[in-house]
Design a protein around this ligand. Structure first.
Ligand SMILES: [Zn+2]
Length: 468
């Protein structure tokens, strides 16, 4: 049975959705003010892995991921550039969706945008004021009174006594640190710095705070209580803590049953981040010749709750692992004949599948799950090396890999890319020479292809090529 680590209870718990096999899943999406770096993508790859494993277990998942298209940062940077907020955020939204596709991340069912939920945010703000949980500050902004919410601090594991002693004043900024716990803004009164970004609403002229955006968009799309909420650990405080205060303060119901948070991607021991300047975007990686699938593999190969240190050796190894899987797939696809004394590998496959699922059930332990897959890969390669695997077993092995890849999303089962016509002709020509015993001429072509980065391997099933 699938167990997940719940930040709220600080325990690994069996996963049980509210309604049968239906799962409501919300993950905090990007703020459209820059090209996300691969540290940001660790969060999206993690959610994708979780979702794919839920699907693997026959759950029906409704996945909602928001797009923050208005907040402090989008306003600040669009003004710096002197263009409208919408035009500014649209650029990064487009890039984000392109990246998701490259990383083979399954699309969410809905991508709500903050600017399309202003009415809902205003309604929640009004309701919170009515309940005495929010108040208007002297600047006209509306703040959440965190001391009025009994459970404030529970998710973020904040000492409530310290909180009562220390919390005073209020903060209008969207982002602040744990040692600066204060009443936070639900609605920000218009400020000249906001330029032409404002809404005229019953709670005044202004714009929403960042935290209320996710309460409004998640509840509207998934209901007052839903199953899973994800995000990076940096969102636990204040963002997710504030989402709970807003949502539960408003509905009087439990907001989310399972809170899942992924760890950071590090570079030389420091968090990969925009502000530290130690980041690579996905585009940077592609330009350096790393396929997106290698980035995906790297990001998911370490357990999501462990910090992952980014290195170029690491991405090289990820690339090699993906190639190893695809090479085996090609070999298996090439196996013909059932006349050989084929070994039955069903037992090995069954064992690998059980080990894969056991690891994934254990809070998505991908490093162990991958170890199980590669143990089988090694063994099958040995069988192929001894020519002791038949077509039927090969098909079973392929089926297993396809199943596993419905979760991992890194393998390539389509018959590989085609080489340019001219190169294919050379390969055919060499094959003819080789068969007629003209090995010297055949070798000449082989080294010719090698110079072009194509390696040929002669196997009992015929010649195979791969890119070097
Ligand atoms: Zn959020």
């Amino acid at each position: 049975m699938l167990e997940l680590y719940n930040t709220l209870t600080r325990k690994q718990e069996p996963f049980k959705p509210l309604k049968g096999k239906k799962v409501g899943l919300y993950s905090c999406g990007p703020t459209s003010y820059n090209y996300p770096h691969i540290g940001n993508y660790r969060a999206y790859v993690f959610v994708d892995l979780l979702k794919r494993y839920l699907l693997y277990n026959s759950f029906k998942v409704k996945h909602v991921m928001n797009i923050t298209d208005v907040d402090d940062k989008t306003i600040r940077d669009s003004q710096k550039e002197g263009i409208g907020l919408k035009e500014f955020t649209a650029r990064y939204e487009k890039a984000f969706f392109e990246d998701l596709k490259s990383l083979n991340i399954l699309p969410a069912d809905n991508y709500p945008k903050a600017t399309e939920y202003i009415r809902e945010m205003v309604a929640i703000t009004q309701a919170l004021m009515k309940k005495g949980l929010a108040y208007k500050g002297e600047d006209g902004s509306i703040y959440y009174n965190i001391r009025k919410f009994r459970d404030y601090g529970r998710l973020a594991n904040i000492d409530l006594n310290k909180l009562r002693a220390g919390a005073s004043g209020r903060v209008k900024k969207d982002e602040y640190e744990k040692d600066n716990i204060q009443d936070f803004a639900l609605w920000k009164a218009y400020d000249k710095a906001d330029g032409n970004v404002f809404w005229e609403t019953p709670v005044g002229k202004g714009r929403p705070g960042w935290h209320i955006e996710c309460s409004a968009m998640s509840i509207k799309n998934l209901g007052k209580t839903f199953d899973i909420h994800c995000g990076g650990i940096d969102l636990i405080f204040p963002h997710h803590q504030n989402e709970i205060a807003q949502s539960e303060g408003w509905t009087g119901k439990k907001f989310v049953n399972y809170w899942l948070h992924n760890e950071w991607l590090l570079v030389n021991g420091q968090k990969m981040s925009k502000s530290l300047g130690n980041f690579y975007t996905l585009r940077d990686m592609l330009a350096k010749g790393f396929p997106a699938v290698a980035v995906r593999y790297l990001l998911l190969s370490t357990h999501y709750r462990q910090q992952l240190n980014f290195t170029f050796e690491g991405i090289d190894a990820a690339k090699a692992s993906v190639e190893r899987l695809n090479e085996l797939i090609r070999k298996l696809q090439d196996i013909k004949g059932s006349s050989k004394s084929g070994v039955l590998i069903r037992k090995e496959i069954t064992a690998a599948e059980a080990a894969f699922e056991k690891a994934m059930d254990d809070d998505l332990n991908t490093s162990e799950a991958l170890a199980a897959v590669f143990e089988l890969v090694k063994s099958i390669n040995q069988h192929i090396g001894n020519s002791s695997i038949d077509k039927k077993s090969a098909e079973e092995a392929l089926k297993f890999l396809e199943k596993v890849d419905s979760v991992l999303g890194v393998m390539n089962f389509s018959r590989e890319e085609k080489l340019p016509e001219g190169l294919m002709k050379l390969i055919d020509e060499r094959e003819k020479l080789r068969k007629s015993g003209n090995f010297a001429a055949a070798d000449k072509i082989r080294s010719q292809l090698r110079e072009k980065g194509i390696q040929l391997d002669d196997t009992p099933e015929g010649v195979r090529w791969k890119r070097l």
